[in-house]
Design a protein around this ligand. Structure first.
Ligand SMILES: [Zn+2]
Length: 364
């Protein structure tokens, strides 16, 4: 039985043909892709740079136009292997796979389109429309863009687990606490972290309760499935000099947020990811603190894993509500849940795509 009803099929085909018309008037696959990943990327070439890739794309597209979706899916899958950064390849792979009832391939490809483009791009709108139109087949997933200044960033998953160290209430030295810490100062800290004695001199933050550390670890473990799914793995370490990700505490972040994540400076020696959790909020939350702290921790670890952009869906753990939370907005923030299928689909797509920046674990 056909998955697509005739009326829906026609409607969808029309939307696709509108895009095809757009592409056929001189805007090739790769140019459309470049527009989605930011102007600084320039005109995208096929990754291999060979004429064969272009010929393959043309062949795949011809099959698509002939409605030979099974063959088009097969060819677009090959195009994706050779040039995964091309958004048009991802989109037409998703559409071909959908029309040939290869739902798994369709879901992966359409999610990648949304993650690798800005929400206002044409391909993003079409991909989201497909996911919504076949909502029950795709379990209602709504991934969100991870494009920041035209770029994608994530960890190098081939370099072993990310090592995470959660301090037991320690705060960084004066000049680096809460709002005093900025991205540039993180560079200074990287060399300080090389000395084991540095950590012995640190003081415990005010309002700290020893249980906080285990709660933060629970929030991090809410992402535990990423290893089982083969996306990326992480593990806790007791030695901070070996950690890729270090959690510290501060009285106030000064940014109106409970947590804050500083990404490792790329192309910098011994770069680490630093996370701040603010205890002032925890104290004011009272009995709600364990649940809220766990969500905060899960949210920040989503950032750590590479989800730089927030979801507009309040139910997602990466909901933007977490970014600008104030004491008055806490009710809406509390409505956000743990990691959702949207967070999952977004992270999975991010790790299926080649990033512009790759964070390297220290591997110690
Ligand atoms: Zn955030």
């Amino acid at each position: 039985m056909s998955l697509i009803k005739p009326a829906e099929n026609w409607k969808h085909q029309f939307a696709l043909l509108m895009t095809i018309g757009f592409l056929c008037t001189g805007i090739a696959f790769s140019a459309a892709s470049a527009a989605s990943r930011g102007p600084q990327k320039g005109q995208k070439k096929s990754r291999s740079g060979s004429v064969n890739v272009e010929a393959l794309q043309k062949k795949a597209f011809a099959c698509y136009l002939q409605r030979n979706y099974v063959e088009a899916t097969k060819l677009f899958k090959e195009c994706f292997t050779r040039d995964p950064e091309d958004v048009s390849v991802n989109y037409y792979l998703g559409a071909s796979a959908l029309f040939s009832s290869d739902l798994k391939a369709a879901e992966h490809a359409l999610c990648r389109v949304i993650v690798m483009t800005t929400p206002d791009s044409e391909f993003s709108s079409l991909a989201m429309k497909s996911l919504k139109q076949w909502r029950s087949q795709f379990h209602g997933i709504e991934p969100y863009s991870q494009i920041e200044n035209g770029q994608l960033k994530r960890w190098d998953k081939g370099k072993g687990p990310i090592k995470v160290w959660v301090s037991n209430g320690l705060q960084l030295p004066r000049g680096f606490v809460g709002p005093e810490l900025d991205s540039n100062k993180c560079k200074t800290l990287y060399s300080m972290f090389e000395n084991p004695n540095f950590f012995k001199q640190l003081q415990t933050v005010v309002h700290y309760v020893p249980q906080y550390r285990d709660i933060v670890k629970s929030g991090i473990n809410d992402w535990g499935w990423v290893a089982a799914e083969g996306i990326i793995s992480f593990e806790f370490v007791d030695d901070p000099t070996k950690a890729d990700v270090l959690y510290f505490w501060c009285p106030e972040s000064g940014a109106g947020s409970v947590g804050r994540t500083f990404y490792p400076w790329t192309r910098t020696d011994n770069a680490r990811c630093i996370v701040h959790i603010e205890t002032e909020y925890l104290r004011k939350w009272g009995s709600r603190t364990p649940a809220e702290l766990r969500k905060t921790s899960a949210h920040e670890f989503g950032h750590v894993l590479g989800l730089t952009q927030h979801s507009t869906n309040i139910n997602d753990v990466m909901s933007g509500q977490g970014k600008t939370v104030t004491y008055r907005e806490m009710t809406s923030y509390s409505a956000s849940s743990a990691v959702t299928k949207n967070d999952y689909a977004t992270l999975r797509a991010l790790y299926e795509l080649p990033p512009d920046y790759l964070y390297q674990p220290l591997n110690r």
